[in-house]
Design a protein around this ligand. Structure first.
Ligand SMILES: Nc1nc2c(ncn2[C@@H]2O[C@H](COP(=O)(O)OP(=O)(O)OP(=O)(O)O)[C@@H](O)[C@H]2O)c(=O)[nH]1
Ligand SMILES: [Mg+2]
Length: 320
């Protein structure tokens, strides 16, 4: 462990000096469950001085990676820097999506103001959900102006991951029912900005109308999610989207919501670290000889489950 700590510290200082391979290795360490203590972090995601933290989600194939690549270009043209975390749902059999993402993003590969990390999830999304906040913090400490998280908007964990962003962009496509699908997947509630991508296809205006109607029903907020039409393959509409992202950030800052989100995120992180530790200790105890004896006592009718759990809690209290 000491070796690993030393190694991580060295990697971090190399990463700070712009060594991207070191950064990649550090992220792999975090991904494998290593808790890297970022003592030197001064800039938190979502803090006033921290990067703009944007989640980009939507149905498979909606054009999220193409859009992300264009957002990167738009950010870079203003000379700001950006890190991207792409959570790739690619099947372990084809791996096609990873390749696709790499090709689409490859135009930025040599740009030192851009860092892209693709995670192939392959069924271990759960672990990634706890690694992502750490990785985001790491990237924030490296002073990127923007951190983008791309994830497919299906399933609870993906939505949870994207919920760690301060500004959530939901990508839909023109066509009957797409907005309805987004609604069903729970994406309406989390959207701060809507993008109708592939607006070169028929039906974009109808989809915008549908979305507006749904938003009127649901929103009672002072931030009404704007709707942007984009053609990502051409870069069309992307500058306007970036403007909206910045407007949302200003809104969060002005209203104090940004700070609230940071407080909530920090609280969740502390709670989940404590939970993990308690669950681990509890499992260890229940699996021990004494734990087995307790279970036997309950089965034999000498003890009820409440009394047994009190005893376990008492024991854990001593070791935690
Ligand atoms: N016509 C058109 N095609 C687009 C547009 N944006 C993306 N595409 C195409 O849509 C396909 C999917 O794009 P991706 O960017 O891989 O979509 P994604 O949402 O990242 O896909 P997954 O990560 O696999 O869920 C690609 O063939 C893109 O070239 C657009 O604005 N118009
Ligand atoms: Mg993608």
């Amino acid at each position: 462990m000491t070796d690993r700590n030393h190694n991580a510290d060295q990697l971090y200082s190399d990463a700070k000096n712009g060594d991207r391979r070191a950064l990649g290795r550090l992220i792999s360490l975090i991904e494998s469950g290593y808790l890297f203590k970022l003592n030197q972090v001064k800039s938190h995601p979502g803090a006033q001085n921290g990067p703009v933290l944007v989640g980009i989600t939507g149905a498979p194939g909606a054009g999220k990676s193409t859009l992300t690549s264009q957002i990167i270009s738009s950010i870079r043209s203003a000379n700001e820097t950006v890190a991207v975390i792409a959570i790739d749902p690619s099947s372990p059999f084809t791996g096609g999506a990873i390749l696709g993402d790499r090709i689409r993003m490859s135009e930025h590969a040599l740009d030192s103001g851009v860092y892209i990390r693709s995670f192939a999830t392959r069924g271990k999304l759960g672990g990634l959900a706890s690694a992502v906040p750490e990785v985001v913090k790491l990237l924030s400490s490296l002073l990127y102006d923007f951190v983008l998280i791309e994830t497919v908007g299906v399933g609870q964990i993906e939505v949870e991951i994207v919920g760690q962003a301060d500004t959530t962009v939901v990508v839909v496509n023109p066509g009957w029912g797409d907005s309805v699908q987004a609604n069903k997947a729970g994406l309406m509630e989390i959207a701060d900005i809507f993008v109708i991508n592939k607006s070169d296809r028929p039906g974009a205006n109808e989809t915008e109308r549908d979305l507006k109607a749904m938003l009127e029903l649901s929103s009672n907020l002072d931030w009404i999610p704007p709707i942007c039409q984009t053609v990502s393959t051409e870069g069309q509409g992307v500058d306007t989207l970036l403007e909206k992202i910045k407007e949302h950030r200003s809104y969060l800052e002005k209203t104090g919501i940004l700070q609230q989100k940071l407080v909530q995120r920090t609280k969740n992180e502390i709670l989940s670290l404590i939970n993990e530790r308690i669950v681990l200790k509890t499992n260890e105890f229940v699996d021990s000889k004494f734990g087995n004896e307790l279970i036997d006592s309950v089965i034999d009718g000498n003890l009820d489950v409440f009394a047994a759990s009190e005893i376990v809690l008492g024991e854990i209290n001593k070791v935690i």
